[in-house]
Design a binder for this molecule. Structure first.
Ligand code: NAP
Length: 259
């Protein structure tokens, strides 16, 4: 399917690997020129080179912490204006609800709520002026169905979801479409680190931890960054014009609900 976005300009945050990279690759495959970001210079430079060579688009790497104001300023300076924005950042650590301090909450809010909002505030007005734009926020299945050990994530991402619910309706009249994708478990470094936590706690191997988790997923497997990127690229396509303020759950069916 032609996504109709060849030649558009996109920013994908937290994209040297994992779900962000999956989104960057799928957009590049559709002909989108990109700025991609993550903190580790060598990794983001290498990823940018690989994507540019594979898809023949321009890919500019920016090493910066997207959760910090100066990091965002560096990224935004490199982008100038964008037609497509994919927000993403690392997820907060697991823990116990009684242990998190105000500082822990502020860090989680900065990473998984306020940085996405600041990026939308910076780039969406230009999209509205030009009459076309697409935003995808990477959140989590924890917005739909809380994960008790990830209370910081449950809280911060739900805040972003509430903001998007209202804001997406305000920008849609100007041709800007904003949606969230909620990943369930996908095979990335983040999933490995969560599996390692479970394995260490239960005294089992990583493989055992993974198979126990997979057994609960109706598809019997984890998702992949490629699956995820394809959905993201569709939501950034011309065909997504009528999908506004939605929360698209990619979880292999584990969330047991009728709607
Ligand atoms: P991942 O494989 O660990 O990749 C994270 C990427 O983000 C890396 O490129 C990392 O590079 C970059 N990054 C992390 N913190 C950053 C920051 N402050 N500024 C800029 N870049 C940053 O993680 P993932 O699995 O793709 O997860 C992406 C998001 O989806 C996370 O918020 C995660 O919690 C959420 N999620 C993932 C799953 C899953 O199963 N994978 C499920 C639900 C939710 P550097 O470290 O070099 O910066």
């Amino acid at each position: 399917m032609d996504l109709g976005i060849k030649g558009k300009r996109g920013l994908v945050c937290a994209a040297s690997k994992g779900l962000g990279r999956g989104c960057a690759e799928a957009l590049a495959a559709a002909g989108v020129d990109l700025v991609i970001n993550s903190r580790t210079e060598a990794e983001i430079t290498q990823t940018a080179r690989e994507i540019a060579e594979k898809y023949g688009v321009s890919v500019v790497p920016v090493a910066a912490d997207i959760t910090a104001e100066d990091g965002r300023a560096k990224v935004l300076a490199a982008v100038g204006q964008a037609d497509i924005l994919v927000t993403n950042a690392g997820g907060p650590p697991p823990g116990k609800w009684t242990d998190w301090s105000r500082d822990d909450f502020i860090k989680a809010l900065d990473a998984n709520m306020l940085s996405a909002i600041a990026l939308m505030q910076a780039l969406v007005p230009g999209m509205m002026d030009r009459g076309w734009g697409r935003v995808v926020n990477i959140t989590s299945q924890s917005v739909r169905s809380p994960i008790p050990a990830l209370g910081l994530s449950n809280a911060a991402r739900t805040g972003l979801t509430g903001f998007v619910a209202g804001m997406s309706r305000q920008v849609a009249p100007k041709g800007v479409v904003v949606n969230n994708i909620l990943p369930g478990i996908h095979a990335t470094a983040r999933a490995d680190s969560l599996d390692k936590g479970v394995a260490d706690q239960a005294g089992i191997t990583m493989d055992e931890a993974r198979s126990r988790r997979q057994a609960n997923i109706p598809t019997g497997t984890y998702g992949t960054a490629e699956d995820f990127g394809a959905t993201c690229a569709f939501l950034c396509s011309q065909h997504a014009r009528f999908i506004v303020g939605q929360n698209i759950l990619l979880d292999g069916g584990i969330g047991n609900a009728t709607i």
